[in-house]
Design a binder for this molecule. Structure first.
Ligand code: FSX
Ligand code: SF4
Ligand code: F3S
Length: 395
């Protein structure tokens, strides 16, 4: 039987405390946060704690290509624990161009030494898109193109993780209007999977949420494998649901209450941002559930009052106009709420009402209800306008 988190406490977490330089409370909180992010069942934090506490630190080689380094920056803003503690005590970060002290030949030697010493066991993390035009000459490190480095470092890696939308599918650099009319970016930016010709785990987002990366690494430490992913390589624990399904403004969407302009009454009241261009209905990510940067609740784009731009989704983020309307991927508004005043056992109860709602939830019905709800604010706005147009009665 595996140890419970209480057994670990009884045995004393002094070793953890001194090795990780964090209090046992912080350590247990970290394990519980990661277990919850991964959607693991209650009690799984004990397995996570055991793995983080005892596992040999995996060697991590972290490459940077065509990007803004926001992915590393977002990780530096993680607090449970800080990246510094993670680097030193949970993973062995053997190569990271923006954080390592070494430079030039010394840095390249460190990468090669770590790859040789950990052949077949290291984790390769790639941040940034990979330029492919002109044989990849637009991005070179230590004399090698990003294409060459990606292939060389992936060959003996135990796992490859593409962090950020750039490495996942080309991201922002891949959507820059072309200079020669061709249908791609000037540098032909691509994602890691396109270069390797095989799927890799992707953690898209611009920047991605640091917990999704931490949780993926801790899953690897705890279970010796990477988490289950969707067809785009995205961990299901983080990208299994549309933002719209978990958004705190969803009740306003369902009720037809929308902000129509930045700063209007609806915006100030926290109404749904759909009509300002929110892409939550066509974007898969857990932003509303876990927030960003430990700065408190609601700390994510929509929580702060800006529509989601769909930064995790190829073909949406940096492609669709920011304030253009999103496509409703999942037309599943509550078509008929179950009645709440039924006497149990008589007539329509919760289950039968729910069944009726499900039957009524055929796509056409759903779309009709959706259209009706989406129309409410427009009607309200038009009524407001026509009221304003009426000549004011003389006092
Ligand atoms: Fe891309 Fe990461 Fe956006 Fe920036 O480096 S996903 S441009 S936040 O930083 O790769
Ligand atoms: Fe939230 Fe955007 Fe959906 Fe509105 S449209 S409920 S703001 S995700
Ligand atoms: Fe990106 Fe939208 Fe989340 S813009 S950070 S996917 S809310």
């Amino acid at each position: 039987m595996s140890a419970s988190i209480f057994d670990l406490e009884r045995e004393g977490l002094d070793a953890v405390e001194s090795r990780l330089h964090i209090s046992r409370r912080e350590f247990l909180q970290f394990c519980a946060t990661v277990a919850a992010t991964l959607g693991l069942p209650a009690g799984a934090e004990a397995a996570v704690a055991e793995a983080v506490e005892s596992a040999k630190r995996p060697s991590v080689i972290w490459l940077h290509f065509q990007e803004c380094t926001g992915c590393s920056e977002s990780l530096l803003r993680a607090e449970h624990p800080t990246l510094e503690k993670l680097i030193l005590d949970v993973i062995s970060l053997d190569y990271h161009e923006t954080l390592m002290v070494a430079a030039g030949h010394q840095a390249e030697a460190a990468r090669k030494a770590a790859m040789a010493a950990n052949k077949g066991k290291y984790v390769l993390v790639i941040e940034g898109a990979i330029p492919t035009r002109e044989n990849g000459i637009y991005c070179k490190v230590g004399g090698q193109t990003a294409i060459e480095l990606t292939k060389e470092c992936a060959a003996d890696a135990a796992a490859v993780i593409a962090i950020g939308s750039c490495a996942s599918w080309g991201g922002m650099p891949s959507t820059v209007p072309s200079i020669d009319g061709a249908d791609s970016s000037p540098t032909g930016s691509a994602g890691v999977a396109q270069i390797l010709g095989k799927p890799v785990v992707t953690i898209p987002g611009c920047p991605p949420n640091p917990y999704n990366f931490l949780a993926t690494v801790v899953h690897f430490l705890t279970f010796g494998s990477l988490p289950a992913v969707d067809k785009l390589g995205r961990p299901l624990f983080a990208y299994g649901r549309l933002i719209h399904e978990n958004c705190e403004r969803r009740a306003h969407f369902d009720a037809g209450r929308f902000a129509m302009q930045f700063g209007d009454e609806g915006h100030r009241k926290g109404y749904c941002l759909y009509k300002l261009g929110c892409k939550g209905p066509e974007t898969y990510a857990n932003c509303p559930s876990i927030g960003f940067g430990d700065a408190g609740e609601n700390n994510w784009p929509v929580g702060c009052g800006h529509p989601c731009i769909g930064c995790t989704e190829q073909g949406i983020g940096f492609t669709k106009p920011i304030h253009g309307m999103a496509k409703m991927l999942n037309v599943a508004p509550p078509l008929q709420y179950p009645r709440i005043d039924e006497t149990i056992g008589k007539g329509s109860n919760f289950a039968s009402a729910a069944a009726l709602a499900a039957i009524a939830g055929a796509a056409a019905g759903g779309a009709a209800m959706l259209a009706r709800n989406l129309g409410l604010s427009h009607q309200a706005a038009e009524q407001e306008k026509s009221k304003d147009a009426q000549p004011k009665a003389e006092a």
